[in-house]
Design a protein around this ligand. Structure first.
Ligand code: FES
Length: 102
């Protein structure tokens, strides 16, 4: 199982909107299952509480998220960034550097 944990501790709904957009993109791009270390794994998106990345979450217009088992964090993610994260990170195995927290 690969998981995307999306912080939904903001005052607004952006975390939930990002999670919804990620789920939609996984389906659209046919990436609900990915290869991790040669093994097929299902991808799940879950909302969670603060990931301790607030600098790029609470104070920005976007949400923070962490991809497991990769341990890669993204910050200030907006719903419109979902397609790129799904395509680049989960599809191609490339980290989206522009969304990495400072
Ligand atoms: S409130 Fe989102 S990471 Fe802290």
């Amino acid at each position: 199982m690969a998981r995307l944990f999306v912080c939904a501790a903001q005052k607004d709904e952006v975390g939930r909107e990002v999670a919804k957009a990620l789920k939609g993109e996984l389906k659209k791009q046919g990436l609900k299952t990915v290869l991790v270390g040669g093994e097929k794994r299902k991808v799940r998106v879950q909302t969670c509480n603060c990931l301790d990345l607030c600098k790029s979450c609470k104070k920005g217009p976007g949400a923070a998220l962490i991809v497991y088992p990769d341990g890669v964090a993204y910050g200030n993610v907006r719903p419109r960034d979902a397609a790129e994260i799904v395509h680049e990170h989960l599809g191609e195995g490339r980290v989206v550097e522009r969304l990495r927290p400072d």
